[in-house]
Design a protein around this ligand. Sequence first.
Ligand SMILES: [Zn+2]
Length: 244
Amino acid sequence: MVIMFSRSAPDASSNRFLAALSRTERALVQGVAEPVELLAGATLFAPGDEVRYVIFPAAGLVSLIIDIAGENSVEVGLVGREGVVGLHALLGDTVTSVRAVVQVHGHGHRVEAAPLSRWARNSHNLHGVLTRCACAALLQASCAAACNAAHPLEQRTARWLLSAADRVGSGVPITQEVLAAMLGARRPTLNQVLVGLRQAGLIRHTRGHIAVADQARLEAASCSCYWMARRGQERLFPGSFGKA
Ligand SMILES: [Zn+2]
């Protein structure tokens, strides 16, 4: 579900992808972009859907999720203001295999994928931005796959919280139920991990809200997958997270 605001064009600072465009390219996008509100819990698209619009978040957090037949779903990517939701549609694959769900309320702009994809074929810079965005998404998905297979829940929880905080700030409004689902974990097991992180002073945890209390020690509790994805994003789009 996406709610449209009254019309206003995205500025260059609202989204890292848009910021990387040339002035001419950005003017093209601004001419067709429609503002949207991203409501927490809303499904932006589901497996099998045809994705007509891509979304450039300016605030908020969107999870990309793989539904495993007969089992739980697992998150394979996070998108905030550093990226684009529905990237595959810009690359020519308009039917999605993933579920995109808003985890943290926000807003942004949507643009019809087909014309933007055509512009990219005729613009060296836009094509380059799109390719870099695809590389960042591929790296993030690869890190998520490796992390889910190799690392214990405590490290994966720390990685998720740091990755989310990079995109929405140190306080992340999310429930244990949702976070457990994203991590493919049972809620009681995740609760034990969160209690341990809170008692160690690494996070503050209240109902429906988790905040990073000690960034350096939470980074130490995480795994190399966090840094691999983050450094890749920063290499491809410097300034994505405003630090590092
Ligand atoms: Zn890991």
